[in-house]
Write a protein that binds this ligand. Sequence first.
Ligand SMILES: Cc1cc2nc3c(=O)[nH]c(=O)nc-3n(C[C@H](O)[C@H](O)[C@H](O)COP(=O)(O)OP(=O)(O)OC[C@H]3O[C@@H](n4cnc5c(N)ncnc54)[C@H](O)[C@@H]3O)c2cc1C
Length: 400
Amino acid sequence: MGGAGLMLNQAMTARYDVIIVGLGPAGAAAAVELAQAGARVLVLAGPPGRAKPCGGCLSARGLDALGFLDPPAWLADHPVSRLWLGFPGAPDVEYLSPRPGAYFLDRGRLDAWLAQRAVQAGAEVRPQRAREIVPHQEGFVVRGQEGAWQGRWLLGAGGAGCPVGRGLGLGRSAWVFAALVQERPMPQHLRPRLAEAGFLELGGVPYGYAWAFSRGEVLNLGLAGLTRQGPGPGGDLARRFQAFSARLGLEPAGAPRGAAIPCPDQRRPRLYQGRAAVIGDAAGLADPVLGEGIAQAVVSGRMAAAAVLAGDLGRYQRRAEETLLRDHHHARMLARLIYRAPRLFHGLARRRPGGVELGFHWLRGELAPGDMWLALARGLLGRPARLDPNRGAYYISPLG
Ligand SMILES: Cc1cc2nc3c(=O)[nH]c(=O)nc-3n(C[C@H](O)[C@H](O)[C@H](O)COP(=O)(O)OP(=O)(O)OC[C@H]3O[C@@H](n4cnc5c(N)ncnc54)[C@H](O)[C@@H]3O)c2cc1C
């Protein structure tokens, strides 16, 4: 946060109701909600660059969360109903769900469409990086390379290193997935196995997993491991990535890209202060089991936007605690269980492949992580999980 006593050149400072820093899924969702409600919205989107490193796996509940934007059909071009669950040196478990749990998509294309929706809704988007945030008696002044802008409200949606979160000490998280990802042409030998299927491998990465996802001609390969040491995948992760590629029979193909996925490490992280709030990865809201964060970014963006429109960001904090953060609390326990004993978990799935359906229920928003314990117990007894169709309702209507 810059010095509060900084002199402001009022003539150069355009005024907005809301300034949003960052135009990923969180920033775009908030921008659409706010602009559609008539707010004057400025989004500082950062300079255009390469697509965000991502597995490109949109859960079915994530697709629901995007429903308010009237999503194009291509988002669901690559549905995933089949899952292979691997463990190095053990036979893979194959599971086919009656309905897709997720969709594999091109992340660059998703973000470009989201940005377009924000503009269509009436938000002003500038390809500027926010550099400094200065509190002001009427809100905040945000400085970029080529100007300064004044907003009554401020939403930090700049991802893991968002200057709003850093500057205000909001959304800090000690649970971070260090992740590596690479996209390459789909090799012939993996095509039949990965058609409409995902491959997840446990046990090759400490406290994490590796994946192979298919989008027809494109193979998305990656791994993620939870660390308490903060972002930045180390050399060890790169070595594990090469070992995983080799297990899939792939030749080395350049260096994978790395990035951090922050997850909540407590039940009530501070998400706002006065008229500023953080959303999405800036708030550390990715799921602690898989590092899934697109759906959570969209939902938190919409919740924060509604709270701004109501004039009280405390509503956003409360709503997030009742929904996303409540689920994440249980997801953290589940992550500990799975990643401390990946061999046991893989062995359980081998004995009862039907138990993998619980993961599909979760991805479809039919089973909250808090209900997972009872469902797991029932699964061990060979009984189906009790589902509540309203469990994931806040992915569709975050204010419900
Ligand atoms: C390797 C990897 C794989 C992943 N795979 C998946 C997956 O398969 N499925 C899934 O659901 N999630 C996945 N995630 C997590 C998911 O990508 C994030 O949770 C999600 O992108 C968060 O959205 P966001 O809008 O909060 O932040 P981001 O998507 O990170 O967007 C932030 C935006 O803000 C911009 N920005 C940053 N700083 C500034 C600044 N100072 N000024 C202006 N703009 C700024 C950035 O350029 C960026 O455009 C993955 C993450 C990683 C790293």
